[in-house]
Design a protein around this ligand. Structure first.
Ligand code: HEC
Ligand code: HEC
Length: 300
């Protein structure tokens, strides 16, 4: 008898966990009212497509999460990287839908082939894992970061790339976390132009990305934080951007909770666009072994 009851209980228990929907709606940041039906739909989508990695409890510890670099997001924390929002604010629903339908290049987070309604519903469901953030009356909805129109356009691409190279190494100093993409000699010349002095002292990792601390913690502890390696644009995937325009918006918004700052307001909008053209030119070396090898030679 016992032998029969146990499997039956497991079946009943797991069914009830899956099938019970929401009886009441919820109100999220910005007085956004979400119905019980939408949350229930979102839960179904989540259990079908997302829980394997992000975990049934939303803690980022699903069975398929093991060994995933980067690790799947722990939704209980309520912190997100890829909103296009000002000042590290909360992503908008539009941001979530873009991320869920578009995926994140080079990670286990694929483009999920679900409808916009499903993506919106699962977005609302994800919010329920972090009530301290989404149901708090103290939080405001995020607002889209602002960025002036592209002052270069493809017609002046070469000029933009050259300007971007200088902004990257001299104005924004991106190489302090990422890496330099010019030789030491060229860097020294640029520094003479911008700061009136030569550079002779270089760190050993001048041409290497430097791993950075983040605010993201793993499922199992509030102590163990994820560290992220800034991408080498000629080698790694840029997760959230493919085009110059997408790169420019990403630079403006930064990657929230990681070392990657939001550049809006720190450098000028035209400088953001110039660097975006420059980063894109480096990304074009990816996948072209010979071109990349020759480029690396010029760094020596
Ligand atoms: C095969 C594993 C996998 C599955 C399945 C998966 N994800 Fe992800 N997801 C990831 C990983 C890995 C990241 C972290 C990427 C990073 O840190 O750059 C991520 C990140 C995210 C983020 C955070 C984006 C941000 O801006 O921080 C959201 C939201 C998200 N996933 C939603 C979903 C939804 C919704 C589904 C189901 C439709 C889903 N994921 C299914 C692996 C997965
Ligand atoms: C303080 C350290 C730091 C500085 C300075 C910095 N970055 Fe980053 N950057 C990072 C880290 C860390 C990541 C990876 C975040 C992750 O893995 O989610 C990153 C990621 C990126 C990405 C990829 C975003 C994506 O969608 O995957 C781009 C593009 C980028 N940085 C460009 C730049 C440019 C251009 C500059 C200078 C204007 C710059 N970064 C300055 C730390 C930095």
């Amino acid at each position: 008898m016992k032998l029969l009851i146990l499997p039956l209980m497991i079946i009943l228990f797991s069914c009830s966990k899956h099938e019970v929907g929401f009886k009441k709606g919820k109100t999220f940041v910005g007085n956004q009212k979400v119905s019980a039906e939408v949350l229930t739909l979102g839960k179904h989508v989540y259990l079908e497509y997302c829980a394997a990695c992000h975990g049934e409890m939303g803690d980022g510890n699903g069975p398929a999460a093991k060994g995933s670099v980067p690790p799947p997001r722990n939704f209980k924390q309520g912190l997100y990287k890829f909103g296009l929002v000002a000042d590290g604010g909360l992503p908008t629903d539009e941001d979530f839908v873009r991320i869920i339908q578009g995926g994140l290049n080079g990670t286990a987070m694929l483009k999920w082939d679900i409808s916009k309604d499903q993506a919106l519903a699962v977005t609302q469901y994800i919010k329920t894992f972090a009530p301290q953030v989404w149901e708090s009356s103290e939080n405001e909805p995020g607002t889209k970061v602002e960025l002036a129109a592209d002052p270069f356009t493809m017609a002046r691409k070469e000029a933009a790339v050259q300007k971007g190279k200088e902004v990257y190494h001299m104005v924004a100093n991106c190489q302090t976390c990422h890496q330099a993409y010019v030789s030491k000699e060229e860097f020294s010349k640029l520094n003479e132009k911008y700061n009136g002095e030569k550079v002779t002292d270089f760190e050993e990792d001048f041409h290497e990305p430097k791993i950075q601390e983040s605010e993201y913690y793993f499922y199992d502890s509030n102590e163990r934080f994820a560290k992220y390696l800034p991408p080498d644009f000629t080698w790694h995937d840029v997760r959230s951007a493919n085009t110059v325009e997408e790169i420019a918006w990403r630079l403006a918004a930064g990657v929230t909770g990681t070392g990657m700052p939001a550049w809006k307001g720190t450098i000028e909008d035209h400088e953001i666009w110039a660097v975006a053209y420059y980063v894109k030119s480096l990304m074009e070396l990816k996948g072209d072994k010979e071109a990349r090898r020759m480029f690396k030679e010029t760094l020596k």
